[in-house]
Design a binder for this molecule. Structure first.
Ligand code: SF4
Length: 279
């Protein structure tokens, strides 16, 4: 059994909070650069250039890419040969608290969804645990902006839903609120399972490289059709028009029940931030 201390987990999470908030993911940055070259709208092109420059300054100066530093979503993948001596939840949340404090990052979490008093620490975070057979522990921190989280949608489609109906549902969600979600967007889509499984998959899909395509042919086709149709909406960078409404679409799928077809689209803004570490 390999021992990992809770202090180590706290330290790593705290560092990941800073990295995710200050350094835009390389795949997102590359996609923005490619889009800036191909965007035809002069206004859209200039917005994309501003976003690229903003990311450069944030990394250089140690400043938040966006002042809205989100709610921290943490993925913790634990090897079965790892023993953590203590409370992992507590250790992760302490890392989130320290990271947001050190980075002077905005704290946006309220303790009760109805009473709405700010906890002042950006905790608790949303933690997803999974397990593998290794002697390692992988931590991924995803600060999720809520402008785009609010634009995300669940569709419990009929099992007979066609490819077109799936596309229409996702494109409809973008048309409805995509302009408010700080485009260009990145879409994580979960298909199958139950409502909650599809939602988790949609969030996990946002951790995949923006330009990665699904290994299954029919899902790769769906990703590409959705990307094309979303970009045809003309919403454009910052919602001010152009062909770059979306930088990438990633789908994750899971077996489901004969009676249903859950589809969840997790909409992400251009400031798609995440950082991971393997301990
Ligand atoms: S949706 Fe993203 S870019 Fe827009 S304000 Fe929120 S974190 Fe910032």
């Amino acid at each position: 059994m390999r021992k990992i201390s809770t202090k180590k987990i706290t330290d790593v999470v705290s560092r990941l909070v800073l990295k995710a908030n200050f350094s835009l993911r390389k795949d997102v940055l590359s996609s923005l650069k490619r889009a800036a070259l191909s965007e035809k709208s002069p206004l859209g092109k200039s917005i994309l250039k501003i976003l690229i420059e903003n990311a450069r300054i944030a990394e250089k100066e140690g400043l938040a890419i966006c002042q809205y530093t989100g709610i921290a979503v943490v993925f913790c993948e634990i090897g079965q040969k790892v023993h953590v001596g203590g409370d992992i939840d507590k250790a992760i949340n302490e890392g989130i608290r320290l990271g947001y404090k050190k980075g002077c990052l905005r704290k946006s979490v309220v303790s009760d969804p109805i009473i709405r008093k700010n906890t002042g620490t950006n905790t608790p975070s949303i933690i997803h645990y999974s397990f593998n057979k290794s002697d390692k522990l992988r931590l991924t921190v995803l600060p999720k902006g809520f402008g785009c989280e609010n634009a995300s949608k669940v569709f419990m489609l009929k099992p007979t839903a066609t490819e077109e109906e799936i596309i229409e549902s996702v494109v409809g969600a973008v048309k409805e609120q995509g302009a408010d979600a700080c485009p260009p967007l990145i879409l994580g889509i979960g298909i199958g399972g139950t409502l909650d499984k599809a939602a988790t998959l949609s969030k996990e899909a946002t951790l995949l490289p923006v330009n990665k395509t699904n290994p299954k042919k029919h899902l790769k086709r769906l990703e590409s059709l959705i990307l094309k149709r979303v970009n045809e909406t003309g919403i454009g960078p910052a919602g001010l028009g152009g062909k770059t409404t979306c930088l990438g679409v990633n789908i994750l799928s899971f077996p489901t029940h004969i009676a249903g077809l859950p589809v969840v689209v997790n909409i992400n803004c251009h400031a798609l931030r995440s950082a991971e570490s393997l301990i």
